[in-house]
Design a protein around this ligand. Structure first.
Ligand SMILES: [Zn+2]
Length: 571
């Protein structure tokens, strides 16, 4: 068995799954965000893939395999060649033709289907593949959790109309719930942003883990759950503050005082009495966005609100050019010739503090309309724990999550761009209505480890464990121990149980340590002491519960234990 375990994880590994996958000899790094899978790691990947295939097939989806290398022409047609940004790895072949390594496959699948599907009789159609993708992440990290090259299951549905598309969506949604449950994951389904894939709505499948990169919110009273970047903020009625009398505008000296915390401390006001002015570069030039001092701007919401592909904080030079002041003193008063967007929360504010567009000065007692005009208000900030559920007004709770699956209702975005049509009952030409559905295979494995480990190592859910059983003969030079181990190994194999026999001439301590590290759910320990009493030890990695079992009864005992573990995990 090629299973190179490590005592220590390399320093660059930050999260438990990355450390443990390296230590357990599952993966090795080749280059930034690019990994090799060793036998133990690949076995787990294959387990997850098998569950995915079974559930996709059960849901009526059919497996295909599409090329990873794709010509530019197709991406030009969908308009994504230029829009996709630097994550799309582009290159030229020997004939100077442009290609990319696919980060996703909407273009190719739509092209395949539009050539073959002519009639409503061929619909609905759901196709999927499990394949390697490449996204040139700026900062790959957390091992295979956010790699550049990664395995993904992607499925695409084609329907005659919206109603059909929603049925396909629902079918995939349910299949995803079964897949993640069978993988032994605790997850939440949340409303999500559609991002560069596009489409009208989407859900993310989030595995709850403190190390998750995504913030998610859920309501303590109803079923509402959303990615924090998507979560709607309902603003309180501004009318309540309208009765506050307006004080005269005043410019105050704030030497070297820039950050919200500094300004509020210096002026003796709360951060929520400040308004931050952020200058952004967009498709249509420079825009100012205003948010309350204690709020965070939400880039996704702002970008959607502006309908802009580009949204980046302006550089220092631009800010100086627009505001006439160094960074840290921007404000909306006297900010002419640029569009001013304000978060809804600003509407209800009276007599607030704002930068004066002048070095070392702020305004106090600033008021909307009297002192400056806003071009448009919108929900452009991140939700906070003080906000209420947008559906029922209940309290909001925050969680961290790892996105393992994402389902999108695409509508006709790609069928329109690539002219994918069919003939309906009346012989009329119509656009195919699409959905797309992704699962990060490696990321699902990493997420399972994030959720299932302890200080000794991985605790694999039995359904995705590389082996179900590990046999630890404590002394291979002891003939009786060795023979008992070999015989148990053979009986388990004949029962089609996946078993690993640690027949190395190593110290018992090392075998125990490695066994715990690689996370095999059931351990059989064969030692002189228990064997003399006519038994061996069967231990569950997850519960540390040990059973003494007679050697000849062990195979059927283990078989039952596996059945019970699988049942407990999936019911
Ligand atoms: Zn609610």
């Amino acid at each position: 068995m090629f299973l190179p375990t490590l005592r220590e994880a390399p320093a660059e590994a930050e999260v438990p799954s990355h450390k443990l996958m390296l230590r357990a000899g599952m993966i090795r790094k080749l280059a930034s965000g690019i990994y090799s899978y060793l036998p133990l790691g690949l076995r787990v990947i294959r387990k997850v893939e098998r569950i995915i295939r079974e559930e996709m097939d059960r849901a009526g989806a059919q497996e295909v395999l599409l090329p990873a290398i794709q010509p530019r022409e197709l991406w030009d047609k969908s308009g994504r060649w230029n829009v996709y940004g630097k994550e799309l790895l582009r290159f030229k072949d020997r004939h100077d033709h442009h290609y990319c390594i696919a980060p996703t496959h909407e273009e190719v699948i739509t092209d395949v289907v539009r050539r073959e599907v002519r009639s409503y009789r061929q619909l609905p159609l759901i196709l999927y593949q499990i394949q390697t993708k490449f996204r040139d992440e700026i900062r790959p990290r957390f091992g295979i959790m956010r790699g550049r090259e990664f395995g993904m299951k992607d499925a695409y549905s084609f329907d005659a109309d919206d109603e059909g598309a929603e049925k396909s969506y629902q079918r995939m949604y349910e299949a995803y719930c079964r897949i993640f449950k069978r993988c032994g994951l605790k997850f939440k389904v949340v409303e999500a942003e559609t991002g560069p894939i596009g489409g009208s709505f989407s859900h993310e499948f989030m595995v709850l883990a403190d190390t998750g990169e995504d913030a998610i919110v859920s309501c303590s009273e109803c079923h509402y759950a959303a990615n924090a970047e998507k979560a709607e903020v309902t603003s309180p009625d501004p009318a309540s503050s309208l009765s506050t009398p307006l004080k005269p505008l005043e410019k105050v000296y704030t030497p070297e005082i820039k950050a919200v915390s500094e300004v509020s401390e210096f002026l003796g006001v709360f951060p929520q009495e400040l308004v931050k002015t952020l200058i952004f570069q967009t498709d249509d030039g420079v825009v100012a966005a205003l948010v309350r001092g204690d709020h965070e701007i939400n880039h996704v919401k702002l970008r959607n609100f502006l309908g802009s592909h580009v949204l980046e904080l302006a550089d220092e030079q631009t800010i100086v050019g627009v505001t006439g002041a160094p960074v840290g003193f921007a404000g909306a008063i006297g900010l002419h010739n640029i569009r001013i967007i304000a978060d809804n929360a600003i509407r209800g504010m009276r007599n607030f503090v704002m930068g004066a567009n002048e070095k070392d000065f702020h305004y106090i007692n600033v008021n909307l309309d009297r002192d400056f005009k806003v071009d448009s208000f919108g929900d452009v900030r991140m939700i906070t724990s003080q906000d209420r559920c947008p559906k029922c007004g209940g309290l909001i709770q925050f969680f961290r999550g790892i996105e393992v699956g994402h389902v999108f209702k695409l509508g006709t975005k790609y069928s329109e761009a690539l002219n994918a049509t069919y003939l309906d009952k009346e012989g009329k030409e119509r656009l195919l209505v699409m959905g797309c559905y992704g699962i990060g295979v490696g990321r699902t494995v990493a997420a399972a480890i994030e959720q299932n480990h302890d200080s000794d190592g991985i605790i694999f859910p039995i359904t995705i464990a590389p082996f179900q059983v590990i046999i630890l003969p404590l002394d291979m030079s002891d003939r009786m121990i060795a023979e008992t181990a070999e015989s148990l190994y053979k009986s388990l194999i004949s029962k089609e149980i996946e078993v690993l026999l640690d027949d190395r001439q190593e110290w018992a301590g090392i075998k125990f340590k490695d066994g715990d590290l690689i996370g095999i759910p059931i351990r059989v320990t064969i030692g002189r002491k228990t064997l003399d009493k006519g038994s061996l030890e069967v231990t569950l990695r997850s519960k540390r519960a040990t059973h003494l079992v007679k050697p000849h009864e062990a195979p059927s005992f283990i078989e039952e234990l596996i059945k019970k573990e699988i049942y407990d995990q999936t019911e």
